[in-house]
Design a protein around this ligand. Structure first.
Ligand code: IMP
Ligand code: MG
Length: 170
């Protein structure tokens, strides 16, 4: 497979990250924030965002799996849980892409039961597909079509995550 088309450029992505970073700095001013990145896809979004933040922030990561190849399996499994106790903390979950919403609604259920002070979501890309669930996404980057995309953390069978832009495969 080859990359056929750049959908969203590196500079568009970076200016969106700046915008979201500014908003987070404003919203959490004077408060602690724990950012939870969902591995592996969110590692690039989290690291770019981290450099923009001025609030008192810490980071943790959780690993879940729901996909094989280009099709969702409908199953979500925790592969690696958090290291940090989230009770009483302001939590922002950072995800690469919101497709059916299965992953995030599952995580919300689990993390809500650990009694955080607040729990919000940021998704870099929102897919225009049927959502199995409605979830309030506080910060989002770009709305995109239903096609399978790679780059900026997103992979196809482990490849293409390193691309600084978002692309579709041919
Ligand atoms: P959801 O649970 O259906 O919302 O799926 C979200 C997860 O599916 C994301 O964290 C991605 O890992 C994966 N995913 C969904 N769409 C794509 C895509 O177009 N490219 C790569 N991964 C995707
Ligand atoms: Mg993912």
């Amino acid at each position: 497979m080859k990359i056929s088309k750049e959908l969203i450029s590196e500079s568009e992505i970076q200016s969106k990250i700046n915008e979201i970073g500014d908003q987070i700095n404003e919203d959490y001013e004077g408060q602690d924030l724990l950012i939870i990145g969902i591995l592996k896809g969110a590692f690039i979004t989290v690291s770019d965002l981290a450099k923009r933040l001025k609030v008192d922030v810490s980071f943790d990561f959780i690993s879940v799996s729901s996909y094989e190849g280009t099709e969702t399996s409908g199953q979500v499994k925790i592969e690696k849980d958090l290291d940090i106790d989230i009770s009483g903390k302001n939590i922002l979950i950072v995800e690469d892409i919101f497709d059916t919403g299965l992953t995030l609604s599952y995580l919300k259920k689990i993390l809500d039961s650990r009694n955080p002070k607040s729990l919000e979501f940021m998704c870099m890309f929102i897919k225009d597909t049927d959502k199995t669930t409605s979830l309030d996404i506080k910060y989002h980057g770009f709305k995109i079509g239903p096609e399978f995309v790679v780059g900026y953390g997103l992979d196809f069978e482990g490849k293409y995550r390193e691309l600084p832009y978002l692309a579709v495969l041919s």
